[in-house]
Design a protein around this ligand. Structure first.
Ligand SMILES: [Zn+2]
Length: 89
């Protein structure tokens, strides 16, 4: 079920504009699983967003399903570098 207002559609609990606002966070992996699922549900069901850009839903579909983690050893190297810094006092 969807509602229309000012050329936007309300699908899966989000307006098209809200989906656009969340897109950067979505790409950054900053959204919770629930928020990400909501955005994906909107885009897959909203033909306005489909028209807005054919690549739009493709971008969402191409997102990694899990958050990217730090490369192996990065945390350890940062810790070692911090430990090697001169004491502040
Ligand atoms: Zn939409």
């Amino acid at each position: 079920m969807s509602t229309e207002h000012d050329g936007q559609r309300h699908v899966a609990g989000l307006w098209c504009g809200e989906v656009l606002q969340r897109l950067p966070d979505l790409v950054d992996g900053a959204l919770s699983d629930a928020e990400r699922a909501q955005v994906v549900a909107h885009v897959s069901a909203c033909d306005w967003c489909e028209r807005f850009g054919g690549a739009y839903s493709a971008v969402v579909a191409a997102l990694p399903k899990t958050k990217v983690s730090a490369p192996d050893g990065l945390i350890e190297r940062l810790r070692a570098r911090l430990a090697a810094l001169p004491a502040q006092d």
